[in-house]
Every structure is written in structure tokens, then in C-alpha cells.
Design a protein around this ligand. Structure first.
Ligand SMILES: NC(=O)c1ccc[n+]([C@@H]2O[C@H](COP(=O)([O-])OP(=O)(O)OC[C@H]3O[C@@H](n4cnc5c(N)ncnc54)[C@H](OP(=O)(O)O)[C@@H]3O)[C@@H](O)[C@H]2O)c1
Length: 288
């Protein structure tokens, strides 16, 4: 698996497997199958409610000798509620306990709300004590990322944000490169929005190489130097999505994909009042 070196020297796989929206009863099996298919980067979050099941899939894969713990790169995230410093420290412990792991390879502040500075201090402390190998943020717009880098001694290793052919984040990538923060793409397929999997431009590009639309999209992210997370509960798609290291998109392919950029989220704006209201309700739900 191709790797990317983060600003603290830690190397992470460039392609990973995400477990958002996988039903609880299927999560452990999906994680196990993904590891079997060759994925080494696994992405979950406390708010997904499936850290325990993700840990079970990992445990089974290690137990069966498919992989060692050191070969895996496991990510989780802290949601808004848990942001105050003491609570953040507690949440990191909860994530570790739920997953049955002694350390996580990456921990992220899930949303740019709440006491992100307090949360960050707790995460830096956990990094210093060896519980978290890398730390970062998620859904930070470039302006917020720049402020966060400027006001902290330890800068984030990662910002996990939406990146897909409809929302390409080209200027954001330049800002991230300038500040040394690695971009990681969530929803690389835009969860299929705007008929991504049957898009004629992407399909035609894929035909040249005998590759599917999904493979073209992930390859495009790899060539841009972005870490990408793909989710599928189907082993045949897990295998398809990881089979992207034997072809190369041309400059002409890149130009065609550039023309698809709508420069807006395929889902929602993280700053929209309705969205922030939803986050706050979600925060109260997780408190219950
Ligand atoms: N930080 C954040 O706020 C945030 C937000 C969203 C997601 N994420 C992370 O990013 C990961 C990926 O994003 P996502 O799950 O939202 O969306 P995604 O990976 O863009 O899309 C997943 C969807 O695509 C389908 N699919 C996957 N491979 C396919 C293929 N080769 N052909 C056709 N359909 C295919 C899947 O269906 P099947 O499962 O039926 O195959 C599923 O419906 C998440 O799992 C999560 O770890 C983070």
C-alpha cells in the first residue's frame, strides 16, 4: 500500500476504509473483510456508534494472523460534546477502551465547533504519552485551519474534509500544502450523489484503462497526493476500490475531471445554521 508521510514523520496508508453508516450488525464483518482485501487504514468516529464493532473486526483479523496491530492505521474522532479538555481526555480513553486498543494511529476533532482548543490540548497530551500517534482535525475550512495552525504549538497532521469530483477543493489543497497539513478525503464518491457512478465523463476515462468510475475517482485522489477513505459493505467493491495502483491518469484525464468541479458540497455547508443546529442536536443525543 502506498503511504504518505505526515508532518510529524508518521507514515499512513494513502487509501483507507471508512465505516460511516455501516449497520452495527455488519460493521465487524465489513472491517474484517476490508483488512482481508488489503486495507490497512480504518476510519471510524465516536459519533458513528460503532467503535466497539470496528475494534472487533480488527481483533479478529489480528487473531487470524491476517495482519499485526503495527501494520494497521486506525483512526477515530471526538465529537463536539466531548471537546472540553477533561472530557476530551476521557473520550480518548473511551475510544481506546471501546476498540480494545492500546493506542490509535490518528485521532481527529470531528467538527470545527465547541472548545476545539481545549480538545487539542488533551490530544497533544495523549500524543505525548503515546496513546495517539497522529492528531488532526476534520471539516475545518481553510481559514479555520490557518487560524488553528497559527494559535497552536503543535499543528494538525491531518484535516479530513469532503473531496470528490463535484467538490474538488483545489484551492484548499494549496492552503493545506502551504501549512503542511495533509488533506484526507471523506466521501470520495460523494456517496453516489449526482449519479457519480454512471457519470459519462468518468466512465469514458475509466474505459481507456479497463477501470470503473470508482477506481478513476480514487486514482485521481492518489495522484493528487490526497489520502482517501472509501466505504463499501460489499467485498467485491472493497476489492475493486483498492485495485487502483496499476494505472495512471493522464493530464488530459485530469483536465476532463477538473471541468466537473461544482466547487460546493454534494451534501451541506458546515456553516449553514440548519446544519449547526443539527450538530447541536446530535451532540445532545450523544449525551443521553
Ligand atoms: N469526517 C467526516 O465528517 C466524515 C463524513 C463522511 C464520511 N467520513 C468518512 O469517509 C468514509 C467514506 O465516505 P462515505 O462512506 O460517506 O461515502 P463514499 O465512500 O463516498 O460512498 C459510499 C457509497 O458508495 C457505494 N460504493 C462504494 N464503492 C462503490 C463502487 N465501487 N461502485 C459502486 N458503488 C460503490 C457504497 O455502497 P455499498 O456499501 O453498498 O457498496 C456507499 O453507498 C466514511 O465511511 C467515513 O469513514 C467522514
Amino acid at each position: 500500500m502506498q503511504t504518505i508521510k505526515l508532518n510529524n514523520g508518521v507514515e499512513m496508508p494513502q487509501l483507507g476504509f471508512g465505516v460511516y453508516q455501516i449497520p452495527l450488525t455488519e460493521t465487524a464483518e465489513a472491517v474484517y473483510q476490508a483488512i482481508k482485501a488489503g486495507y490497512r487504514l480504518i476510519d471510524t468516529a465516536s459519533v458513528y456508534g460503532n467503535e466497539k464493532e470496528t475494534g472487533e473486526g480488527i481483533k479478529r483479523a489480528i487473531h487470524e494472523g491476517l495482519v499485526t496491530r503495527e501494520e494497521l492505521f486506525v483512526t477515530s474522532k471526538l465529537f463536539i460534546l466531548q471537546a472540553p479538555e477533561a472530557k476530551a481526555a476521557e473520550t480518548i480513553e473511551q475510544s481506546l477502551n471501546a476498540m480494545g486498543l492500546h493506542y490509535l494511529d490518528l485521532y481527529l476533532i470531528h467538527q470545527p465547533y465547541g472548545d476545539v482548543y481545549g480538545a487539542w490540548r488533551a490530544m497533544v497530551a495523549a500524543q505525548n504519552s503515546g496513546k495517539l500517534r497522529a492528531i488532526g482535525v476534520s471539516n475545518f475550512k481553510s481559514a479555520k485551519m490557518i487560524e488553528f495552525v497559527g494559535l497552536n504549538e503543535v499543528k494538525p497532521q491531518i484535516n479530513q474534509i469532503e473531496v470528490n469530483p463535484w467538490n474538488q477543493r483545489v484551492e484548499d489543497q494549496e492552503w493545506h500544502e502551504k501549512y503542511g497539513v495533509q488533506m484526507e478525503a471523506w466521501a470520495p464518491f460523494a456517496e453516489g450523489h449526482h449519479d457519480l457512478f454512471t457519470n459519462p465523463v468518468l466512465a469514458e476515462i475509466g474505459e481507456q484503462y479497463g477501470k470503473s468510475v470508482g477506481q478513476v475517482v480514487l486514482r485521481w485522489l492518489m495522484q493528487r497526493g490526497i489520502v482517501a477513505l472509501a466505504k463499501s459493505v460489499r467485498p467485491e467493491r472493497m476489492a475493486e476500490n483498492i485495485d487502483i495502483f496499476d494505472f495512471e491518469l493522464s493530464e488530459e484525464d485530469f483536465e476532463k475531471i477538473s471541468a466537473l468541479d461544482m466547487k460546493e458540497s454534494a451534501f451541506f455547508d458546515h456553516d449553514a445554521p440548519q446544519q449547526v443546529e443539527w450538530f447541536m442536536n446530535r451532540m445532545l443525543d450523544t449525551e443521553k
